[in-house]
Design a protein around this ligand. Structure first.
Ligand code: ACO
Length: 327
């Protein structure tokens, strides 16, 4: 038995914020943003929605494509740094209610932009353990709700959206499925990417500085980390299966900055067209970025049954991880 991705889906909010829009509020230019990140626009969650609403819509698309009904779901895993509530209840439980998935367990995971990668690996291992057949894995973020719109270093980088996958037991002997995962962390870099207030270390109170309740980042540190760990992930996924880069049809990296991927491509001598990128349209959607990319690739018919692909993630924690998948 293997654990395969049987269906994928996404939800992108309609509202768009262009680079030009941001030039009106902070000291930046379209040219700076494009040349330093590759980003042209980002989508913003509707005023009346929260993360679980986008997650539920993405899930419905994935379930339809996988032909798995709500009552067949055994577990729902949501990865998000922007859940509906701080801490509890979990966003996964809200999705479970929305879908009417009454037989499913539900929990959230917190692994920053690597969350969907962690989620796929957890789902794979739960299925291979034999107790679960269909698991819904979601990466969903409303980062614009925790963006500091006065900070040009970060406000240009992030966007909202949700992606979902149905991971199911595959009893065919076709070798399709999530073959290998590498999940790592570097907690020593925790302070480089954080939302400082609102937890047990700095509870919210009347003295809380508003900026401490929003996302803050040391961009240079995260950039260096990202280039280094992507190289480690690609090498280790290849090595475990004795593969060469030519055996991989696409590498689907977390979409944080096009320049990170360019640096990895140059260092490892991997052509840029091996990496699937859509950061121009959506910016960095954290845990949603890899499933959004996979969804787009499926809709563009870029993936055929049996193709080998890699998904890579890196982000807050700091965390990093990758999956080798036979589609
Ligand atoms: N417009 C104009 N100038 C800017 C802007 C902006 N939007 N943002 C920063 N600058 C300025 C800086 O102030 C700095 O000016 P200074 O030299 O006078 O101080 C100058 O540009 C260069 O700053 P750098 O930090 O060196 O810029 P860099 O080329 O490294 O790009 C960036 C910054 C895009 C943030 C980059 O470091 C990066 O992508 N880092 C990684 C981010 C990332 O991957 N995050 C992923 C995790 S997200 C998650 O887990 C939720």
């Amino acid at each position: 038995m293997t654990a395969e991705i049987r269906g994928i889906g996404a939800f992108i909010p309609e509202k768009v914020i262009t680079n030009e829009d941001l030039c009106k509020t902070v000291d930046t230019t379209d040219e700076w943003i494009k040349s330093h990140t590759g980003i042209e626009k980002r989508h913003m969650i509707a005023d009346e929605d929260a993360t679980s609403d986008m997650a539920t819509r993405a899930a419905r698309v994935a379930m339809e494509r996988a032909q798995v009904d709500a009552e067949e779901l055994d577990m729902i895993i949501v990865s998000s740094v922007t859940g509906d509530y701080p801490g509890f209840p979990s966003t996964a439980c809200l999705v479970q209610k929305n879908l009417g998935a009454e037989q499913a367990g539900a929990f959230d995971i917190l692994a920053g932009c690597t969350g969907f990668i962690y989620g796929l690996s957890i789902a794979k291992n739960m299925i291979l353990g034999g107790d679960f057949k269909h698991i819904l894995v979601i990466g969903a973020e409303s980062l614009t709700r925790i963006t500091n719109w006065d900070d040009r270093n970060t406000c240009v980088l992030f966007g909202d959206g949700a992606g979902a996958a149905i991971v199911s037991a595959n009893n065919h002997v076709d070798g399709r499925g999530i073959l290998q995962s590498v999940l790592k962390a570097e907690g020593a870099g925790a302070e480089y990417l954080m939302r400082k207030a609102g937890g047990s270390r700095h509870p919210l109170n009347a003295e809380t500085n508003i900026a401490d309740n929003l996302l803050s980042m040391n961009g240079r540190r995260v950039y260096g980390f990202a280039v280094r760990v992507n190289t480690i992930l690609i090498n280790s996924l290849l090595k475990k299966h004795n593969l060469r880069i030519g055996d991989i049809k696409y590498i689907v990296p977390h979409q944080a900055n096009e320049r990170i991927i360019q640096a990895v491509s140059e260092r490892m001598n991997i052509p840029m067209d091996k990496f699937y990128l859509n950061i121009r349209e959506y910016a960095n959607t954290s845990a949603a970025s890899v499933p959004l990319a996979l969804n787009e690739m499926v809709e563009k018919k870029l993936l055929n049954k049996g193709d080998l692909i890699m998904t890579l993630g890196f982000g807050a924690g700091l965390t990093y991880g990758g999956n080798l998948i036979r589609w």
